[in-house]
Design a protein. Structure first.
Length: 129
């Protein structure tokens, strides 16, 4: 699956989580793209078995689509938290995490996960003075 399709899938997932549904126009607005671009992406996601849609209706994630989107969002969230821990601003961390989530390998992601978990534990143990 392409990076772009991952972004569409992640956006559909987040809209569904937030609103209970996702529509083509909502995805277009979220990603700042035109509706024909979303329609083309949705057709591809349907071929992967990730999305279903009644004609002109809302977008529904299949179980496979929800699982894939959840993994993508998890990577994004992890990378954003990692970058913020490094001192990157929230805005930059959000943008950079979106780019990085598509390219990092499993070993790198595993090490980042360990790093973030260790930092969380350290923060939780600190006692205010």
């Amino acid at each position: 699956m392409t990076n772009s399709l991952e972004d569409y899938l992640e956006t559909i997932y987040m809209l569904t989580q937030a609103n209970g549904y996702a529509r083509v126009r909502d995805v277009a607005a979220s990603l700042h793209v035109k509706m024909p671009s979303v329609i083309k992406a949705v057709l591809e996601l349907k071929r992967y078995g990730y999305v279903t849609q009644e004609p002109y209706g809302k977008l529904d994630l299949t179980a496979a689509g929800e699982a894939a989107a959840s993994l993508i969002l998890g990577r994004h969230t992890l990378l954003k938290e990692f970058l913020v821990l490094l001192g990157v601003t929230e805005e930059t961390a959000e943008k950079d995490a979106c780019s990085m989530e598509h390219f990092l390998g499993a070993e790198t992601l595993a090490r980042i996960t360990e790093f973030v978990r260790r930092k969380r534990k350290i923060k939780a143990v600190r006692v205010p003075v």
